[in-house]
Write a protein that binds this ligand. Sequence first.
Ligand code: ARG
Length: 463
Amino acid sequence: MALWSGRFEEGVDEFTQRFGASLPVDKAMYAQDIQGSRAHAHMLAAQGVISDQDAEQIDEGLRGILADIEAGSFTFSIDDEDIHMSIEKELTKRIGAAGARLHTGRSRNDQVATDDRLLVKHLAAMLLKQNVSLRSALCTAAEKYPDVILPGYTHMQHAQPVLLSHHIMAYFWMFTRDFARLKYAIQGADECPLGSAALAGTTYPLDRRATATELGFSGVTANSLDAVSDRDFMLDLNYACSVSMIHLSRLCEEIVLWSTSEFGYITLSDSYSTGSSIMPQKKNPDFAELTRGKTGRVVGDLVALLVTMKSLPLAYNKDMQEDKEGTLDAVHTLHDCMVCAQGMIETLTVNEDAMAASAQKGYMAATDVADYLAKKGMPFRQAHKIVGELVLLCEKRGCDLDDLSLDDFKQASDLFESDITKSLDLPSIVAARTTEGGTGQTAVKAQMQRAHTILDKDRGQLA
Ligand code: ARG
């Protein structure tokens, strides 16, 4: 019998009961549900709505249920609609009338909104931890290769040489922004809806702030209708997960690309590769590909929740029960993908020679040769054209810019002197990019310092 069966003459249909149930998904938030109920009971007693004795029995009963669930000895009944009903029913079975008083001044609508918020705070805190761990691994990897140069690309074409450390740190900053997005989701979840009841508040003299404080919320929601209808904080968490997965997918795409025979920039460790069932020579970057693939799922979770929430009238609607499955999926998927990416980064081998050889191709000194002329007074547009013609000459001869003689250069412009060699040398080209945020060693050193300061601060914010 459902706890709400009073006004019904017939029992529920077996199929619709199962169809409407959220227990298989929301049993994941048993701890939040019990925490919320305990705080509610404490407050009811402090306000004289229930007796201290009832509150004590409720508290003890709920602690017992928590221990049983954690020990794996609690049997969830398939007849229960959701985690809230399941726990309340068991509590009443164990302690009788006191258990039946727990739901005074409360509805499942403010209860589930509270549980959702506690869950989001808990899940986001777990992601923050792994985010910091991944970023720390990126810093370590960057610092391992302070002088390794590889081609920087635009349009997947060789553009200008960059330091590998700089390239790796680009990802550090993406994940740093993800950290801020996760914190934002926590902030959005940080008000307690309890006391909003079904939708309109309640006639009992509840102390909403006491419950909120006990549950670790910084405040209480301002409007009971909004409080039971709001899932923005879940959208925020899903969005943070999606963006972070997109960053991981970009990283993994480069890992896949860089481990091809064509690039050969990196070799993945055996523990992050798989073989083929037919081709004995194969070493496939499966886990990088899988992470790239799982991005679709997480973005799907976000879109699903957005569409679920679209056009919902106030206040609670059963549609909103769909909020948890995708959110849990997105969070656990992102978590595991971050663990995987960190492992890949920590164990891969960098093939410096392949990067260096590739960096020699593609006229990557061209911008610096044009800058050489511009710094001698030639308008940059004119310098650009002259160097473009020199590149064309190289193409015809099948050579690179540093194979041209000083005479070749002088024929193009008499501003060229023998010191042009410096503008053709990749390490000098890289080192000269000293602007803040640039790829020169001095700039990257400053960047690393900035990264460590932020990382230390973020690490200090972890629960
Ligand atoms: N299982 C429901 C959910 O997750 C709990 C709230 C149900 N409230 C209601 N009025 N049916 O949304």
